[in-house]
Design a protein. Structure first.
Length: 141
């Protein structure tokens, strides 16, 4: 499961921006074989007086924490491409904001500590995972 938690100050994302970005994120993961329902995107609006960078309030900022569980980047080159993809996807949403501080990081979490609806997700690329992707829902396997 990719979990994107997007902390942002007010005025950065409209409702439509959120919908477009969450859809774009989900589309990418679907293209690499993940069921769409694996992808969770959370937008957390944070007041400027609660958003600090370097010990100072940041009037306009975005901080994104991304957890990858369903798949891992096997090497440095793949990790670099993933970071470039994330940057490229975010840029249309952030380039219109002057003075914006933005950053992201990606954690890769063990699949051993993951369940959806109380079910351990099927192995990567298995027929059961393909079935989940086709149904866009969990099912016993």
């Amino acid at each position: 499961m990719p979990l994107w938690t997007i902390h942002h100050t007010p005025g950065i994302f409209t409702g439509d921006d959120k919908n477009q970005l969450a859809s774009h994120i989900t589309d990418h993961y679907e293209k690499v074989g993940l069921p769409r329902f694996y992808v969770v995107t959370l937008f957390q609006e944070t007041r400027p007086e609660d958003f600090y960078v370097g010990g100072e309030p940041a009037p306009a900022g975005i901080r994104i924490a991304i957890d990858h569980i369903a798949r891992r980047n096997p090497d440095q080159e793949t990790r670099r491409r993933t970071a470039q993809w994330i940057r490229g996807m975010l840029q249309p949403h952030i380039e219109r904001h002057t003075g914006l501080h933005w950053e992201f990081h990606v954690d890769e979490t063990s699949r051993d500590l993951w369940m959806i609806n109380g079910i351990v997700p099927p192995p990567e690329g298995s027929d059961a995972e393909k079935n989940w992707a086709q149904q866009n829902a969990t099912s016993p396997y």
